[in-house]
Ligand binder design. Structure first.
Ligand code: ZN
Ligand code: ZN
Length: 413
């Protein structure tokens, strides 16, 4: 069954009011697959109801995308048109917000040489550096939500027929994003408060490093000096409080670029540009990935790691309790927005400058000098499980348990 109009509208209102928190007179770009048209109609209506102006929708289509990766000559994939860069830069420079409806068939690009999508994403990443910096630094409000699409559903629930699978995925999503017929906006206020408390406890601690132990994992991550833990809502330069991800269950901060040593094993598959990387491990020395293996998607992982220099270093460390609603659903979503919120994770590539004091005012060179990783990639991968223990080591060498068996072990107040 299709979800009721009431639930769809309630979800759309949550995305507009709690997600991007669109302000009166503010413009908005909505990115969405064409399959999301019905939901997008609600989003656009809610955006106008919130007082938004100049609401634009950018439609994507998976079949067209696949054909492009298959057929376009390499020189086209390796370039990115200036007019698109200008359009997107102009939107954020004028204070416009961005809302992305993210849903992708995790196997969309199966069989395509990973060099081709990697080239296209590198070109786009480089061309859109300025645009991306507006999101990475919270200069404007941005948010990501998700809806079921057929190709995605088939991967998540292969034993169900598509219609039943779509209905089931809607159910799971509504539960996870706290849209259940009650007042989701109030539920998110409370949830944001919980995450605020967790990040405040960790901000006070200022651990010098974190030590991870789990099967296949023995890893030390030094945190950057004056790091800031974020989680839940953020405040944009526009002054508006917003939620970059719906759902979100994480608190996260920044590793010191050259301070990661040991081996970490993934616990969930990573969907990278339509290709899956599964059961992989990475070995770090002084921050850099010096060795890696993967049972599935080795070449895709190699492409990811070789995108640029920063792709071999970490940019994010995030804590998510194993009891999170996403984890409790026991579904592997093959979609980072969900899977990352089921599990402690790390990210290869770019760090969020807002995770270090003064970071959003630093130039690229200053960030580098301070030990902040920069890259055109930012790829979360999941390492949490019911077997993960994490200790925090204080500046004077005291070892304190942060996570035991996948859940919080320090007092969060
Ligand atoms: Zn994260
Ligand atoms: Zn991330």
């Amino acid at each position: 069954m299709k979800p009721s109009a009431e639930l769809l509208r309630s979800y759309a209102r949550l995305a507009i009011q709690t997600g991007v928190n669109l302000q009166k007179g503010q413009s908005l770009i909505i990115n969405s697959p064409i399959e999301g048209a019905e939901f997008v109609h609600y989003l656009v209506e809610e955006a106008y109801l919130a007082g938004g102006e100049n609401i634009q929708v950018e439609w994507g289509d998976e079949i067209v995308a696949r054909l492009r990766y298959e057929k376009e000559p390499m020189h086209v994939l390796e370039s990115f048109p200036d007019w698109r860069v200008q359009k997107m830069n102009e939107h954020v420079e004028n204070g416009g917000a961005v809302l992305s409806v993210y849903a992708q068939n995790p196997e969309l690009l199966k069989g395509i040489d990973p060099k081709r999508p990697a080239a296209a994403s590198k070109a786009a990443g480089e061309a859109l550096e300025k645009y991306r910096s507006y999101m990475m630094n919270d200069r404007v409000q941005w948010s990501i939500v998700s809806i079921p699409t057929e190709g995605w559903v088939k991967k998540v629930f292969p034993d169900l027929d598509v219609e039943a699978g779509v209905a089931k995925l809607w159910d799971e999503i509504f539960k996870i994003v706290r849209v259940d017929g009650g007042d989701p906006i109030a539920a998110w206020k409370e949830h944001n408060e919980t995450l605020r408390k967790a990040r405040e406890v960790l901000n006070k601690k200022q651990y010098q490093k974190l030590v991870y132990k789990a099967p296949g994992t023995d890893l030390e991550i030094e945190l950057i000096e004056n790091h800031i833990w974020h989680g839940g809502s953020a405040v944009a330069e526009t002054g508006a409080e917003f939620n970059p991800n719906i759902p979100t269950e994480e608190v996260f901060t920044m590793p010191y670029r050259d301070g990661v040593n040991g081996t970490v094993r993934s616990t969930k598959p990573l969907n990278y540009h339509g290709n899956l990387i599964h059961n992989f491990s990475l070995t770090f020395k002084d921050g850099k990935v010096v060795d890696f293996e993967a049972e599935e998607g080795y070449e895709t992982l190699e492409q990811l790691l070789n995108t640029d220099e920063g792709s071999r270093f970490l940019g994010e460390v995030a804590l998510v309790p194993h009891t999170s609603p996403v984890s409790q659903s026991n579904v592997i979503f093959y979609n980072t927005l969900f899977d990352e919120n089921a599990s402690c994770h790390l990210a290869l590539g770019e760090a969020y400058p807002t995770n270090v004091e003064g970071g959003s005012k630093m130039s690229k060179d200053e960030l580098k000098a301070a030990g902040v990783n920069t890259s055109i990639n930012h790829e979360d991968f999941m390492i949490g499980s019911a077997e993960l223990d994490i200790d925090g080591v204080t500046k004077d060498g005291k070892v304190e348990p942060i996570f035991r068996k996948g859940n919080w072990a320090i007092d969060l107040g």
